[in-house]
Design a protein around this ligand. Structure first.
Ligand SMILES: CC(=O)SCCNC(=O)CCNC(=O)[C@H](O)C(C)(C)COP(=O)(O)OP(=O)(O)OC[C@H]1O[C@@H](n2cnc3c(N)ncnc32)[C@H](O)[C@@H]1OP(=O)(O)O
Ligand SMILES: CC(C)C(=O)C(=O)O
Ligand SMILES: [Mg+2]
Length: 525
């Protein structure tokens, strides 16, 4: 299959965007990752921009001094000083490319460069000629090509090829074009530029209208055989065409494009993360190919499909891009099949009514918590089994603080015989008040001996796990006092509760212990 060259400009166009500046060490580390990715060209910087960028480009060229598959390139305006700076900085590289550019559109010619068409043409020829003697290859770009008159563009490109440029880059500098328009432009340029057969045509698309990748792929359909792109799509303003996206589109839809690249796609994820780490700019969750959600599924229907066949909802394997394995995230959109699958992984076989009960509790939890973790699920299965074994269940709880430091709790309990009971009590705090209400409704004389709450997992929405120990004060269990020793024969009953609200968790725990006492008594009688 014919190959499309991947020209990486993470370290030049990417780095020149606000927030993405890198120092020499960082640029070299990134360049090593790009070499491992096997990009065809690394545009390492704009050497005349600063002594630091010159040194970084030189250090990268030195790193690539025996790398014969990757060109090291630097950017230069169409003037002698810039071109010489690129030549000097890339000198140590095994393969050297000078990239020189000048704007060709009327708005740039008239207002920015203040040059006539003829002057721009002359600069183009002079700079390509100079660069040709200083590197293995010369690339010429007509900045803002998309907004340039087509006949003039053909003239400039023809002159650049004649002067020695072997790559002709057609930038959509301001992200203005559309897929149909750019495909048509490439067909036109390749058909009409004198000497076009001696050059590789290249696309350099920006993302101002969110079409950089689509436009680059359309350019490829129109005959482009080099795509300029940056990892994570970084670059001026809204960024450049995202390297990982364009590469995986060509790769995944080889049936459509009938083309390939030489990129080792299994290195994409790590390279993307390295860039994020070095620049301190996180990859958005929903970023194609490398975002956290690229291979994550929360909705039940998708999870069910994934459990039956991965291809139902994934067009690439995570391993194709070096990403962690697909993730079924449990949340409020998940279904029973995914819940049962995760529970099985955790050692609990849930099915039938039991699965329904846990599922109901899970949905309640998921409504109050973004992600339900394995810890949450384990405690939910355990806690739910405690809470499920009545006869009493918590149906409602409202607590409030009073000015004098006391609190009130309005508790509603249901009994398995279908009755509903409510009671409001005052206490020293919301728990004291809630426990009094429960005691009143259930009608048991108990003593709270021990109580604790701990967090399961971390974060503001972590669940609370409450443990309660009650002493059953019923008459047959009275303390026996005799001689020097007193023996407390009251049974010590334990209860647990789990909830994102710790007051609720405590109430469930208290009621769990109460339920045990009720069940014990029923058994005894
Ligand atoms: C579309 C792109 O991404 S182009 C690359 C953009 N990247 C950068 O600009 C990052 C690096 N740039 C820099 O560090 C600085 O701008 C430098 C060192 C290159 C130049 O700095 P200065 O000499 O102070 O010039 P300044 O940036 O203010 O203005 C740019 C000058 O270059 C001229 N110029 C712009 N493009 C070109 C070109 N391709 N060829 C020749 N001259 C050009 C402008 O007309 C302007 O000239 P003027 O000073 O005569 O008006
Ligand atoms: C220098 C050129 C290639 C550029 O970055 C642009 O026009 O966007
Ligand atoms: Mg650009």
């Amino acid at each position: 299959m014919e190959q499309v060259r991947i020209f990486d400009t993470t370290l030049r166009d990417g780095e020149q965007a606000p927030g993405f500046s890198m120092d020499l060490d960082q640029k070299v580390r990134m360049a090593k990752a790009l070499l491992e990715l096997k990009v065809d060209v690394i545009e390492a910087g704009f050497p005349v921009a600063s002594p630091g960028d010159f040194a970084a480009v030189k250090a990268i060229a030195t790193e690539a001094s025996d790398m014969h598959d990757t060109f090291i390139c630097g950017l230069a305006r169409a003037n002698e000083k810039d071109i010489q700076a690129v030549a000097d900085s890339i000198a140590p590289a095994a393969k050297k490319r000078i990239h020189t550019f000048i704007a060709t559109s009327p708005i740039h010619r008239e207002h920015k460069l203040r040059m006539s068409k003829e002057q721009v043409l002359e600069k183009t020829i002079a700079s390509v000629r100079q660069a040709k003697d200083l590197a293995d290859e010369v690339e010429f770009s007509a900045e803002d090509a998309i907004r340039t008159e087509r006949d003039y563009l053909v003239q400039v490109f023809g002159a650049a090829i004649e002067a020695g440029a072997t790559t002709i880059n057609v930038p959509d500098t301001v992200g203005y074009t559309t897929p149909q328009e750019i495909e048509d432009l490439f067909r036109y340029l390749i058909a009409n530029t004198p000497g076009a057969e001696k050059a590789v045509f290249s696309a350099h698309c920006h993302d101002d209208l969110g079409m950089a990748v689509a436009n680059s792929l359309a350019a490829v359909r129109g005959g482009a055989r080099q795509v300029e792109c940056a990892l994570n799509g970084i670059g001026e303003r809204a960024g450049n065409c995202a390297l990982e996206e364009v590469v995986m589109a060509i790769n995944t839809r080889a049936d459509f494009f009938e083309l390939s690249t030489q990129i080792d796609t299994t290195k994409l994820y790590n390279a993307s993360r390295l860039l994020a780490r070095l620049t301190g700019q996180d990859v958005p969750r929903n970023k194609a190919i490398v975002g956290d959600n690229a291979f994550a599924h929360e909705s039940g229907i998708h999870q069910d499909g994934m459990l039956k066949n991965l291809q139902t909802y994934e067009i690439m394997r995570p391993s194709d891009v070096g990403a962690p394995t697909s993730l079924l995230v449990l949340g409020k959109h998940s279904g029973r099949n995914a819940l049962a699958d995760r529970a099985r992984e955790l050692g609990h076989n849930l099915s039938g009514e039991r699965l329904n009960e846990v599922f109901e509790a899970f949905k309640q939890l998921a409504d109050s918590k973004k992600n339900v973790t394995n810890d949450d699920l384990k405690s939910l299965i355990l806690g739910q089994s405690l809470n499920a074994s009545g006869p009493w269940r918590v149906a409602g709880l409202k607590t409030g603080a009073e000015r004098d430091g006391h609190a009130t709790a309005h508790v509603t309990l249901t009994h398995q015989n279908g009755t509903v009971h409510t009671h409001e009590a005052r206490g020293n705090g919301p728990l004291d008040a809630a426990f009094s209400s429960i005691k009143e409704i259930v009608g048991l004389d108990v003593h709270l001996e021990d109580f604790s709450v701990k967090s399961i997992g971390t974060g503001i929405d972590a669940q609370g796990w409450a443990d309660v120990h009650l002493l059953d004060n019923s008459s047959e269990n009275e303390m026996v006092v005799g001689g020097e020793e007193s023996v407390d024969r009251r049974p010590r009953i334990h209860g647990s509760g789990v909830h994102t609200d710790i007051v609720f968790a405590s109430v469930i725990a208290y009621l769990d212990a109460m339920n045990r006492i009720v069940r014990n008594r029923a058994q005894q009688s």
